[in-house]
Design a protein around this ligand. Structure first.
Ligand SMILES: [Zn+2]
Length: 145
């Protein structure tokens, strides 16, 4: 008897726990420096620009534009075998921060697509959704019509 293949899921640490807690509430938060107002990504304990400690977790809309994308095809991890092909997006949020995530439908389900004729294009507007991957909610995006 074999166990089903498992998905890679993020492991929160002291710096990232607030981010993953917000995702569980279907909210996206990004750190912002209280002194110089710079948006910070990845999460960190001090501002990378002015070294002020304790950046402030700030809720953002999560909406943005596609700056790059790729199609995930076989071979892949066994857990993804029945999901390919699908699209991974690099999204630039309105705050200027860039995050990776899946292309999903309005309900947050992974869209099986090769990326052709689906509105996937650099510069296309996207809206934040959350994809449930083995119980962890991952920021993901849907194309804005
Ligand atoms: Zn700063």
């Amino acid at each position: 008897m074999s166990s089903p293949p498992s998905f890679p899921i993020p492991i929160a640490d002291a710096d990232t726990q607030p981010f993953w807690d917000a995702c569980r509430r279907h909210e996206l938060v990004i750190q912002r420096c209280a002194r110089c107002s710079r948006w910070l990504w990845q999460p960190r304990p001090i501002c990378s620009s002015c070294q002020t400690p304790d950046p402030v977790w700030t809720r953002v809309s999560g909406d943005g534009r596609i700056t790059s994308w790729t199609v995930i095809r076989p071979p892949t991890l066994p857990a993804y075998a029945e999901r390919v092909p699908f699209v991974v997006l690099l999204v630039q949020l309105e705050e200027g921060v860039r995050l990776l995530g899946y292309l999903v439908d309005d309900a947050g389900a992974l869209r099986r697509t090769d990326g052709e004729a689906e509105g996937v294009a650099i510069g296309a507007r996207v809206r934040l959704r959350f994809h449930d991957q083995a119980g962890t909610l991952l920021p993901s995006w849907t194309i804005t019509p």
